[in-house]
Design a protein around this ligand. Structure first.
Ligand code: SF4
Length: 562
């Protein structure tokens, strides 16, 4: 079997073709590959939901290997939310399976004009089949049917009702190791793009797939895997993540001198009831109720995913993460953990980006559509999105859309995408990343949480972290592995029998960022798009040593990419 295949699915003609990946894509994977394919194959001016706008799906360069956390998958597309380049990166069981079946990328083109389809990929071949029976169904039900008992070899990527309705906050749900749809390619609306193609589900089964073929440096590769795993396991950051997941940061970011717990549509940086949604509170409940920490993919030794149970010990949600807890919790003044867990479960089931929908509902609360802290009202709104009512469609189309509908001018977005929890007024390096990333407001584009650093340092750190994250998303490992460019160079070098060093890795990342920026430029973006909304410059947060707003000037931000 060809180990380096690009699979092209034409949803208009209902044809599938395969080709060996061209040499120029050989050492690109994940985000770098989808960014380059998007630039090479999609007119940046097309409507993101048109039949000409392609969807690219790619495992990382290390997908299918034994490197811990290396099974992540990139979904690349023109975003219906930002109007620019987008990559939504997801864990779960999909990436390893695609890689083991020798698939470097799937390119979905065209659009069905005769109902819904599913794409099945296994060792026997690739088939497109009618799937109108799946239409209207939500993710938990879908994954139970499409994956079910075959979870050891099978994974699905599905859209829920918002994807079918092409709403801009629609995600693509990916199966986790328990067979649940808890991992989401969420940011920027990949579910809407998949829905616009008429593709309801992709089901990948790697039973009988050949092992990944390594070259002459196979033993070096194995040694490097063992060494790296040891480093990851001994890292104190791993210990924290394994105990309380990303939710473990709640108490820290809620402190008076950090103020990065978005509250009341980002009006405040601390919430009086944050302890009720903290990682420690969740950990205590988990110990009482039989919850657990788990990997989101086979082979992850960090296991940061919280599997959260209710008081009867019944599963409520998985991957109960800080961003979801903050945007659906404190930002809406909703707690305690049980209440937010139910909202998280609903978003996974319906197929929504928790960050985008948390911001969108925050703006709706600001507009008086419902009260702050209205948990029942929030659940009703999510059900309206599922049902596709007019109000549900407004909320499901994202933060900016809600603001426009209700005449709100204080909008928590950058390049049209909702703000993550990490606060750019107190953690100004995050503001540099949100401003200058081609992805819009995206904390995973480059975390810079240093406080008190000079502007020059923050600019340098943001540039470096954005490059490292591009590399991480391209080799397909998880950011929580804390892989360094030198680690990635070793793995890619041994895997493909080539000589890479950290400079090669960073150069590849820079070329990929340039491809994303070039796509945005051709789509009509300019320097003024690399800015935060004005209210973040005007509304200071009251840190103990004085008020803090985002105050890094535009000409400094322009230095990130030169
Ligand atoms: S560290 Fe967490 S997010 Fe990363 S691969 Fe493991 S479980 Fe998934």
């Amino acid at each position: 079997m060809e180990q380096n295949r690009i699979v092209r699915v034409d949803m208009t003609a209902k044809t599938i073709t395969e080709e060996a990946a061209p040499e120029r894509y050989r050492f690109l994977g994940g985000r770098a590959l989808t960014a380059q394919l998007l630039l090479d194959e999609t007119d940046p001016r097309v409507h993101p939901l048109s039949r000409e706008a392609k969807l690219f799906i790619a495992p990382g360069l290390l997908g299918g290997t034994a490197v811990t956390t290396s099974g992540r998958t990139s979904f690349g597309f023109k975003s219906p939310l930002t109007g620019g380049t987008k990559e939504a990166n997801v864990g779960g069981q999909l990436g390893h399976r695609l890689a083991r079946l020798g698939i470097k990328a799937i390119v979905v083109d065209g659009a069905s004009d005769d109902g819904w389809y599913r794409l099945d990929i296994d060792n026997e071949g690739i088939r497109l089949a009618k799937a109108d029976d799946l239409a209207g169904r939500s993710n938990y039900d879908l994954h139970a049917e499409l994956v079910g008992e075959a979870v050891l070899t099978r994974a699905a990527a599905t859209i829920g009702p918002p994807g079918e309705l092409r709403l801009a906050s629609a995600s693509v749900a990916v199966t986790d190791p328990e067979g649940r749809p808890s991992r989401h390619a969420a940011r920027g609306g990949p579910g809407a793009v998949m829905g616009a193609k008429g593709l309801k589900a992709i089901v990948v089964d790697d039973a009988g797939a050949p092992r990944i073929v390594h070259g002459e440096r196979r033993d070096d590769f194995r040694k490097e895997v063992t060494k790296f795993s040891k480093v990851v396991l001994e890292d104190p950051r791993t210990h924290n993540l394994s105990r309380t997941g990303t939710a473990g940061v709640v108490k820290f970011v809620n402190r008076d001198n950090v103020q990065s717990m978005p509250t009341r549509n980002h009006r405040h940086g601390t919430w009086a009831y944050a302890d009720s949604i903290s990682g420690q509170a969740i950990d205590e409940l988990s110990q009482e109720r039989g919850g657990k920490m788990a990997p989101c993919m086979a082979g992850c030794i960090i296991k940061c995913a919280i599997l959260f149970n209710d008081a009867n010990g019944q599963h409520v949600t998985s991957a109960f993460e800080f961003e979801s807890i903050a945007l659906l919790g404190s930002n809406l003044e909703i707690g305690p953990a049980d209440a937010v867990a139910e909202l998280d479960r609903m978003c996974d089931d319906i197929g929504l980006d928790t960050i985008e929908v948390g911001n969108a509902i925050g703006v709706a609360m600001e507009a008086g559509v419902l009260d702050w802290g209205d948990w029942e009202g929030t659940k009703k709104l999510l059900e309206e999105i599922r049902a596709g009512t007019p109000l549900g469609r407004i909320i499901g189309n994202g933060t900016e859309h809600v603001a426009r509908t209700y005449g709100i001018d204080r909008v928590p977005v950058v390049k049209g995408q909702g703000l993550p929890a990490w606060e750019p007024r107190t953690l100004k390096g995050m503001g540099v990343t949100y401003s200058t990333s081609p992805q819009g407001a995206d904390h995973t584009a480059g975390m810079v949480t240093a406080r008190g650093a000079t502007t020059e340092t923050l600019i340098k750190q943001s540039r470096h972290e954005q490059l490292v994250m591009m590399a991480i998303d391209s080799v397909g490992v998880c950011q929580f592995s804390n892989a360094l460019p030198a680690d990635m160079a070793q793995f890619v070098g041994h895997r493909f029998d080539i000589d890479w060093d950290d400079e090669t890795v960073l150069k590849m990342a820079r070329t990929a960022i340039d491809a994303e920026r070039e796509f945005n430029r051709r789509a009509g973006f300019d320097r003024e798009d690399d800015r935060l909304p004005r209210w973040l410059l005007e509304e200071a947060l009251p840190l103990p040593d004085g008020p803090s707003a985002f105050d890094i000037p535009g000409e400094e931000l322009d230095k990130v990419w030169g």
